[in-house]
Design a protein around this ligand. Structure first.
Ligand SMILES: Cc1ncc(COP(=O)(O)O)c(C=O)c1O
Length: 395
């Protein structure tokens, strides 16, 4: 009510007070600089070379709320091929990107006030979606000792200090660190969650963008579905398949959760996008896997370039870039002293050398002001050019 007595529409809700995603703001700034004639090399977005769309897609209407039967069957077949597990297509839910899956899975599982844990540094949307839903986010600070991943010991400490957890979100490979959980480490987390009645949500969006050594028994990454039928697996066509703009992902659900998830999906999204589902059927063709693996080979070369150049950058502690296409590193004392923090360093680098990197504040509100994330999704040539410019910029 105002002094005039006329009712006013309310301000944005308290739950909408979440920070925006810095990566998307920088993406906008890159577009503006390019439009103004700058030759910007972007190591900013986690966006691989796009999968071309054929001109033969049919116009389509709504599909079922959990997606088309052929696509749900094809996704189940992917788990047979990569992970040797049988998945009932009836428990596969196709969603609008993995982002859509997160919203629906969190709504299906959690009530306001529930406590859900995740590793920090980590992907910011988990934290911000949970916050918007009134869920209490329990950040677990991680570092090189645990390869930036949660462990049963860290979880025990969180429960001892704050009470039980309704959920745990993990990502392997992770964003921004790229680190992966081994089969034994993932098994230990599954066992811990089973014993505590905590729901495990495994973000496997970077599966397949991995750089295994010879003889690695799990070259694509281990799926939580291999170890538990109660875990929820979330994945997407955005990264390995390069279909970011098509907005298509999926969740593997425990059977008991399918009806509740489906009811929510039918209200929130009605159905996932139909043309994208048609295109996605081609993702599982042998020739598509071969093409995408060739792109992962380019990421591998770009990764080697960064790892080899790392000592000459004179930065600080970096996370092992096991997978995804990210290199997350603390800046060195010299850069921190000169620029103050990684936000100012990244801005100066963009303005002074037309190289875009992401300051760590999105991923870690506590220590991220000392770190930057480089995405090598742009491939070998872009990374070569960017590294030359960074070295020249730093002098
Ligand atoms: C770890 C992780 N999960 C999920 C997503 C969301 O991707 P999408 O909604 O395109 O599937 C991203 C995007 O960068 C990510 O890095």
């Amino acid at each position: 009510m105002t002094t005039t007595g006329v009712p006013q529409p309310s301000l944005p809700s308290r739950r909408s007070h979440v920070p925006a995603f810095e990566v998307m703001r920088i993406t906008d700034e890159i577009a503006r600089r390019r439009a103004a004639g700058h030759n910007v090399v972007s190591l900013c977005a986690g966006e691989p070379g796009a999968m071309p769309a054929p001109g033969t897609l049919k116009a389509a209407g709504y599909t079922g709320p959990l997606g088309t039967t052929p696509l749900r069957e094809a996704i189940a077949g992917h788990y047979r091929a990569w992970h040797g597990v049988e998945v009932d297509p009836g428990t596969v839910a196709v969603t609008t990107g993995s982002s859509g899956a997160f919203q629906l899975v969190f709504l299906t599982l959690f009530d306001p006030g529930d406590r859900v844990a995740l590793a920090s540094p980590g992907y910011p949307a988990y934290r911000n979606i949970l916050t918007a839903l009134g869920v209490e986010v329990v950040e677990i600070p991680t570092g090189p000792e645990t390869r930036y991943q949660p462990t049963p010991e860290l979880l025990d400490a969180v429960v001892a200090s704050g009470g039980p957890l309704a959920g745990l979100i993990i990502a392997s490979p992770a964003n921004p660190t790229g680190t992966m959980l081994s089969r034994a480490e993932l098994q230990a987390l599954v066992t811990w969650c089973d014993a505590q009645g905590t729901r495990l949500i495994s973000d496997e969006i970077y599966h397949g963008i991995t750089f295994p050594g010879a003889g690695d028994p799990d070259p694509r990454g281990v799926s939580a579905r291999e170890l538990s039928r109660e875990a929820i697996v979330i994945n997407s066509f955005s990264k390995y398949w390069g279909m970011t703009g098509w907005r298509l992902g999926w969740a593997l659900l425990p059977e008991s959760l399918v009806p509740a998830f489906e009811a929510l999906a039918s209200n929130f999204a009605l159905s996932p996008p139909a043309p994208a589902q048609e295109l996605a059927l081609q993702a599982f063709a042998p020739e598509t896997y071969a093409k995408r693996d060739a792109i992962v080979d380019d990421f591998a070369r770009a990764r080697t370039l960064i790892l080899e150049a790392a000592p000459s950058l004179n930065w600080g502690q970096a996370a092992p870039s096991d997978g995804a296409f990210y290199y997350y590193s603390e800046l060195g004392e010299a850069q921190l002293e000169q620029y103050g923090d990684s936000v100012k360093y990244a801005q100066a680098l963009l303005e002074g050398a037309d190289v875009a990197v992401v300051p760590g504040v999105d991923f870690d509100p506590v220590a991220g002001h000392r770190a930057v994330r480089l995405s090598y999704a742009a491939g070998e040539r872009a990374v070569t050019e960017a590294l030359e410019r960074i070295l020249k910029f730093q002098g």
